[in-house]
Structure formats: structure tokens, C-alpha cells
Write a protein that binds this ligand. Structure first.
Ligand SMILES: C[S@@+](CC[C@H](N)C(=O)[O-])C[C@H]1O[C@@H](n2cnc3c(N)ncnc32)[C@H](O)[C@@H]1O
Length: 280
């Protein structure tokens, strides 16, 4: 960890968040540590610069040494699916739910035919506006994703990609299923891409340092892709990829190599965290 990754900007916006909102500081910190590591996976320097601008001690996020690898790998994986969708649909809408301070829109850099929406709770969007300002082609919406009203602000006449990284398990199962159903009913075609934990992952949440430190609670556990397909008859799960199978953990620290080997070989662990891609 570099000194700059530890530093806080005394004159920057002071960040006092708790619960699910605070967890986006851990992912920002993870991307910043990755960017400043000798062999970055994601190489997201804007995240590192953004972390430097806020008045906050990132070591309070509960991110343990090496955890930044998994943060960077998850972001890189979902960036890949985002790019694939946008390569097929030059004219599209992207709904980036639970965006936090994620810089995905800069990493993916969509073309002029894409309308991008970053949606998160009001305190987070206020901080996001202060730190990032406006960007052509992208719009921020301050709302809970579970409130149906925000959908009125979004165009419905083009293929729609919904990206939700690090979000769905903070919703209750009832709210999460209602959200996915509403999205499918609102847009004529598109994809939903997100990461999810199994019920076992939810039961083991006390071991998740970032969730614990933020005093957040995980709710919705997904054991099988078929559970998602029952939400709406138009939903088809095309991919359910175990997190350990998705990335090359062999390049990482010994602790992560052991975890990845267990994760690939023990079925309960292999399915504990997955990436999902659904089409409708
Ligand atoms: C783990 S962070 C992930 C942030 C971002 N996606 C990233 O990867 O850096 C979880 C995010 O979900 C947001 N969130 C949780 N519940 C939400 C809700 N009901 N509506 C909108 N955003 C929510 C939090 O505010 C937080 O920004």
C-alpha cells in the first residue's frame, strides 16, 4: 500500500457514510490500490485520483491486504460484458445501478449513441456530482433503485443494458425480484449483468471485512440461475460464472491462490459468488 493510497484530502469533501452506501468506499479504495500496484489488473487511475480528493481514511474500509485483486477482477469482468453489449448495440441505454463512485463510464468510454445513467442513493450521488461533475452522454439519478419513479427519466426505445456491480445482495429478495421484473417489463430488450452471492455467501457475511466495517447487511442470496428465470417469463440466464473460475487467480498472492483452488474445487464455494448475465 502506498502512502498516497492512505492519504486523505483535508480540504476535500468529508465522507461520513454508513451501511450499504459506505461499501462503495471499499471498492473505490480497491481500484485505487490496484491502479497504484506494480502490476495493475484494471489500471483505473481515475479511481486513485478520486480517492485522493476525499477527506476519508480508506484503511477504515476493512479491505484486507490483497482484497483489491478481487475488486479489480470483478470490475474488469463486468467491464468485459459491458463492452460486449455495446459492441453489438451502438445505440443503447446503460443503467449503472448502485454505481457508487465507480468510473466504469470512463473505462468503457461508450460511443455517442449510448445514453448512460449512473443511479445510486442521494448521499452517494451528491458526492459523485462533487467529485466528477458532468460528463457528456451520462446522467446521474439520485434514487433508491427500488423506487419505480426514476424509470420515468430513462428512454425506453432502444436496447438496454443494466449493470449492477456489488448491489443486488444489499436488497431484500422481494425488492430485488420486483426490481428485475420491473426492468424487464419497462424495456423491450436488453441484458441484466450483475454479481450475486449464494445463500451460503449471505450466511458467511461476517467474514466480509468491507461489509462488516460499513455496518451493512447482506440480504438476497441466489443459489441457482433458474431462480432468476422465474422472475419473468422473458428472462433467460445465458451465463452464470463462478467468480473463481472467471479470472486467473494464479497470478495473485498465496492466500488468494489457495482460496481460488478451494473455490474452484468445492462446489459450495464455487457457487458462493457468481456473475450472472440474463437476456430479455
Ligand atoms: C459495494 S458498493 C458498489 C459500488 C459500485 N458499484 C462499485 O463497484 O464500486 C454498493 C453500492 O450500492 C448502493 N446501493 C445499495 N442499496 C441501494 C439502493 N437501494 N438503491 C441504490 N443504490 C443502492 C450503495 O449506495 C453503494 O454505492
Amino acid at each position: 500500500m502506498t502512502d498516497s493510497a492512505r492519504s486523505t484530502a483535508a480540504d476535500g469533501p468529508r465522507v461520513e457514510l454508513r451501511g450499504a452506501e459506505a461499501t462503495m468506499l471499499a471498492t473505490l479504495y480497491g481500484r485505487a490500490l490496484d491502479a497504484r500496484s506494480p502490476d495493475p489488473i484494471l489500471g483505473d487511475m481515475l479511481s486513485a485520483e478520486t480517492l485522493d480528493k476525499i477527506n476519508f481514511d480508506p484503511t477504515r474500509t476493512g479491505l484486507r491486504p490483497g482484497d483489491h485483486y478481487s475488486v479489480a477482477m470483478r470490475a474488469e469482468f463486468l467491464d468485459g460484458w459491458t463492452r460486449e453489449f455495446l459492441a453489438r448495440h451502438r445505440t443503447a441505454t446503460v443503467l449503472h445501478l448502485g454505481c457508487g463512485l465507480d468510473t466504469r463510464v470512463w473505462r468503457v468510454n461508450p460511443g455517442p449513441g449510448v445514453s448512460w445513467y449512473d443511479i445510486d442513493l442521494p448521499d452517494v450521488i451528491e458526492l459523485r456530482r462533487t467529485l466528477f461533475g458532468d460528463r457528456a452522454g451520462s446522467t446521474m439519478i439520485a434514487s433508491s433503485v427500488t423506487d419505480p419513479a426514476w424509470l420515468a427519466e430513462v428512454p425506453r426505445d432502444r436496447p438496454t443494458l443494466v449493470v449492477a456491480e456489488g448491489l443486488v445482495y444489499y436488497l431484500t429478495e422481494t425488492d430485488g425480484r420486483a426490481l428485475l421484473r420491473r426492468l424487464v417489463e419497462t424495456f423491450s430488450s436488453g441484458q441484466l449483468i450483475f454479481d450475486g452471492f449464494s445463500q451460503l455467501g449471505i450466511r458467511m457475511q461476517r467474514l466480509n471485512g468491507a461489509v462488516h466495517k460499513a455496518q451493512a447487511t447482506l440480504h438476497w442470496g441466489i443459489d441457482w440461475p433458474t431462480e432468476l428465470e422465474t422472475i419473468h417469463w422473458r428472462l433467460r440466464c445465458t451465463d452464470a460464472v463462478g467468480v473463481f473460475a472467471a479470472s486467473d487467480f494464479s497470478v495473485l498472492s498465496a492466500r488468494y491462490r489457495v482460496l481460488a483452488t478451494l473455490g474452484k474445487n468445492l462446489p459450495a464455494l464455487a457457487n458462493m459468488a457468481r456473475y450472472y448475465r440474463l437476456e430479455f
